[in-house]
Design a protein around this ligand. Structure first.
Ligand code: SF4
Length: 94
């Protein structure tokens, strides 16, 4: 369930990751539903073959990033940063 009043691709990606994790733990064909109460909308989320191939690659890319001495890219300081899920991490020192 998302409190936001906008539907974002990152929400779908988050649910797909959870579905992938469930599959990794033996749950067969898990499905999800995103609910947006403010919008009065729901969105079904399924895991596709493409997702199953992409998610492990993204996890590997994250591991490479985390192993870097400076794992975070520089703050880009754009107006949309205020809507970004990482805003507090990027601007915590400012
Ligand atoms: S707040 Fe988000 S978009 Fe802005 S610099 Fe940080 S990660 Fe990038």
């Amino acid at each position: 369930m998302k409190k936001s009043n906008k539907m974002a691709d990152s929400n779908i990606a988050q649910v797909k990751y959870y579905l992938w994790l469930l599959e990794q733990h033996g749950v067969e064909n898990p499905t999800g539903i995103l609910e947006y109460p403010k919008l009065r909308q729901t969105q079904p989320v399924d895991l596709t073959a493409e997702d199953r191939a992409r998610i492990p690659l993204e996890l590997e890319a994250m591991k490479v990033l985390l192993a870097d001495d400076v794992p975070c890219p520089p703050v880009i300081d754009k107006p949309f940063c205020k809507q970004c899920a990482y805003y507090e991490f990027c601007y915590v020192a400012e």
